[in-house]
Design a protein around this ligand. Structure first.
Ligand code: GAR
Length: 208
């Protein structure tokens, strides 16, 4: 069975969606560890509630980005993680980490990449920028992680309507409900069933 390691920073609703889909039998996988870069992330509590190993690894204590990434790599390898899920992880990892799990790291981004993405675009900020621009459609993207932020091969995208009276908070909630919590579990399911392959930076589904 596929062993998953997760990286989180906050509320962990995407992590919850994956846990729920594993528990209801839709995804054939096991989450072997959840790692947060924030000691108080609610995502850690969510993991513990489901009997999943949950740890805080401090960047400050590691002393440098390199040491921090080495600690993460060592931790995930010691747990036997085969797929790493960034689930609301608000930190950018370098080539060092990416190379250790090549084509085995996924991220969920709350916009239709290549819009509103890259360094500085995370969480609520993404939705604020979408509203500022006046886009009528936004959405979410699940992609494989490469060394360039939010630029790796796209696995699944789902569009969501922007309404005239939306605030960033209202739009964020709609994007989560209608897109993120649907497409992230779906992408993980496809990976667990070996139905994804990458050809020239394009993800192909091999079940259709
Ligand atoms: C989600 O909207 C996720 O797409 C976004 O942060 C939120 C985390 O919520 N991620 C990024 O912006 C990454 N660049 P969650 O902790 O409840 O899953």
């Amino acid at each position: 069975m596929l062993k998953i390691g997760a990286l989180v920073s906050g509320g962990g609703t995407n992590l919850q969606a994956i846990i729920d889909n594993i528990e209801n039998g839709s995804i054939n996988a096991e989450i072997v560890t959840v790692v947060s870069n924030k000691s108080k992330a609610y995502a850690l509590e969510r993991a513990e509630k489901h009997g999943i190993d949950a740890v805080f690894i401090s960047k400050k204590e590691a002393g440098s980005q390199e040491n921090y990434e080495d600690k993460l790599i060592e931790h995930f390898k010691s747990k036997g993680a085969e797929l790493i899920l960034m689930a609301g992880f608000m930190s950018i990892l370098s080539e060092r980490f990416v190379n250790a799990f090549e084509n085995r790291i996924m991220n969920i981004h709350p916009a239709l990449i290549p819009s509103f993405c890259g360094e500085g675009y995370y969480g609520l900020k993404v939705h604020e920028e979408a509203l500022k621009k006046g886009v009528k459609v936004t959405g979410a993207t699940v992609h494989f992680v490469t060394k360039e932020a939010d630029a790796g091969p796209i696995i699944i995208q789902k569009a969501v309507e922007v309404k005239d009276d939306d605030t960033a908070e209202v739009l964020q909630k709609r994007v989560m409900e209608e897109a993120e919590w649907v497409i992230y579990p779906e992408a993980v399911r496809l990976f667990a069933e070996n139905k994804l392959k990458i050809e020239n930076n394009i993800v192909r589904r091999i079940d259709r």
